[in-house]
Design a protein around this ligand. Structure first.
Ligand code: ZN
Length: 240
């Protein structure tokens, strides 16, 4: 096998390595993670806003509960005083009774209001539960995708290592300047550093090479000058 033909083998390994790297970089699960991350970011605003409403309504519930509690204590106080026997004046007892009824009305009004706020709080809690569920779903999708990515990366990395070892063996006997030229062509041509010349066609880009040029390449021999495809720039290796 000539050095040029060996380059073709190296090229095959490099193409496989490129494909493996591309597959590793574009695993569909990476897109799943990107979408779930975006969903989580979009949920941040609504969650902050809903939590804010929840805190406000919870504060109202607490305030009304305290006020209703204070009214109940006050009512009990008046009630106790009425039945303590300390007062016997019918007029005074009547006034106390009126006072007690007024306090109890106020207490009931506070409790009704508290109930309304508790209903609001329940509605907000339900909204938060829906948002939390969406966060949970996104986080679980990310976790599942991460596991799948790790498994596939490990498998691809093993293939990459094996392919790299093969490539090292295939390139071991190629003279350094020729390998360097190949690398340079590969970088410039987005992956194709060397291509077979079959008949008049460059197998790298399928361009037809002029007959006189093909003739020149075929007669250059192994030690002759290296020829490049005018179109794709690959080093041309005439098939035998
Ligand atoms: Zn070409």
């Amino acid at each position: 096998m000539t050095s040029l033909e060996q380059l073709l083998v190296v090229q095959d390994h490099d193409t496989t390595l490129d494909q493996l790297k591309h597959r590793r970089a574009t695993l569909p699960e990476r897109e799943v993670i990107a979408r779930a991350d975006a969903a989580l970011r979009e949920l941040e605003g609504p969650i902050t806003e809903t939590r804010g409403r929840h805190d406000l309504v919870a504060r109202d519930v607490k305030r009304l509960e305290d006020e209703a509690g204070a009214a109940a204590a006050k009512a009990k106080e008046v009630d106790t005083a009425m039945y303590s026997g300390r007062t016997t004046s019918a007029k005074e007892l009547q006034a106390m009774q009126a006072d007690l009824e007024q306090i109890q009305r106020h207490q009931r009004a506070l409790e009704d209001r508290e109930l309304e706020f508790m209903e609001q709080q329940e509605a907000v809690d339900a909204e938060l539960a829906v948002l939390d569920e969406q966060v949970g779903a996104a986080e679980s999708a990310i976790a599942t995708a991460r596991v799948a990515i790790a498994e596939q990366e490990a498998a691809i990395d093993a293939e990459l290592a094996a392919e790299s070892a093969e490539r090292a063996r295939a390139s071991a006997d190629i003279p350094a300047p020729m390998l360097a030229l190949y690398e340079k062509c590969r970088t410039q041509n987005r992956g194709a550093g060397v291509a077979k010349l079959v008949g008049h066609t460059c197998q790298g880009c399928r361009l037809t090479i002029p007959a006189s040029e093909v003739d020149r390449i075929r007669h250059a021999g192994e030690d002759g000058p290296v020829s490049h495809c005018d179109n794709c720039g690959a080093i041309l290796v005439p098939s035998r």
